[in-house]
Design a protein around this ligand. Structure first.
Ligand code: PMP
Length: 294
């Protein structure tokens, strides 16, 4: 069955202080965010009616806004209540939660100093990010690289940074792959198009240092879960010529959760012990069968 378009669904979206019927949650075409990508957002998942690491996401949204030079119209505490209420109102227990803030229409040039900041929270049902997740996804190389920290505001989860992600993901999908591995401006391995990446070698985890891409909340969770299992975690610069030296590979993200990788551009990986352990620990954690502060 075809997926319902995102602008034609039942329900409500919290927008600028009220619940708006889903189909009416619209912005004007002359909205600064649409022309200049002045928008920040979060992607979160709720499990059993509870948003995993909700406050961390709210704090990151506020911080992303700050990096972009604006303030959210609500406090982190208020955003926490709005998200919890929007989730409850959706009637969904397991759901994806998208909170986002953007610059409105008062000014339409590069400068947007006087623009009102808008905020919305939408909640929808979203299954696995990848089909056949546990089989392991196939990735290829991206043509686009993550920019240097002085070329883009890397720690912000800002809409503009996703231009190269969509380009890379589309190119990968055109070639029959599920996702793309992006290198950074130095040629080091960075991340997938919407998730961080990990490898294993001789039982230890290796993951790139997040110095020019998002230090994901799921990434930080996976590191803690691995350490709790006495798995050594090495954060370092990883070059593409090392891809043939690793045993397992997986990617992490709020939407992707922990997804094993079976191939990167012809290099095969066998999802086994470490992938299985961390997928299972992550599921226990987000479903509140175990607890751990992240
Ligand atoms: N990198 C990118 C580019 C992403 O879009 C995401 C998803 N937000 C991540 C990494 C992982 O972040 P998180 O685990 O906080 O969802």
């Amino acid at each position: 069955m075809a997926e319902l378009p995102y602008d034609d669904r039942d329900g409500y979206i919290w927008m600028d202080g009220d619940y708006t019927p889903w189909r009416d949650a619209k912005v004007h075409v002359l909205t600064h965010a649409m022309h200049y990508a002045s928008c920040v957002f979060e992607g979160e998942r709720a499990y059993g009616g509870v948003i995993y690491a909700s406050r961390r996401h709210s704090e990151r949204l506020a911080n992303s806004a700050k990096i972009m030079g604006f303030e959210l119209p609500v406090s982190v505490d208020e955003l926490e209540s709005i998200k919890a209420e929007a989730l409850a109102k959706s009637g969904l227990e397991n759901a994806y939660v998208r909170a986002f803030a953007w610059r409105g229409s008062e000014m339409m040039g590069i400068s947007a100093q006087k623009n009102t900041i808008h905020l919305a929270v939408a909640v929808w049902a979203w299954g696995d990010y990848f089909a056949d997740k546990m089989k392991g996804i196939a990735m290829t190389h991206a043509s686009w690289r993550r920019p240097a920290p002085d070329s883009a505001p890397c720690p912000a989860k800002a809409a503009g940074l996703y231009m190269i992600c969509t380009l890379s993901k589309h190119e990968a999908e055109r070639n029959g792959y599920a996702d793309a591995l992006m290198l950074d401006y130095r040629g080091q391995i960075a991340e997938a198009t919407g998730a961080n990446i990990f490898f294993t070698r001789d039982g230890a985890l290796h993951t790139p240092t997040p110095d020019c891409f998002l230090n994901g909340i799921t990434r930080q969770t996976a590191i803690k879960l691995a350490k709790a299992r006495q798995i050594e975690v090495i954060e370092r610069a990883i070059m593409p010529d090392e891809l043939s030296t690793f045993d397992e590979c997986f990617i992490t993200g709020s939407a992707a959760e922990i997804t094993p990788v079976a191939e990167i551009a012809g290099q095969a990986y066998q999802p086994s012990q470490v992938c299985e352990a961390l997928v299972s620990d992550y599921s226990d954690l987000v479903n509140q069968r175990i607890s751990m502060t992240v």
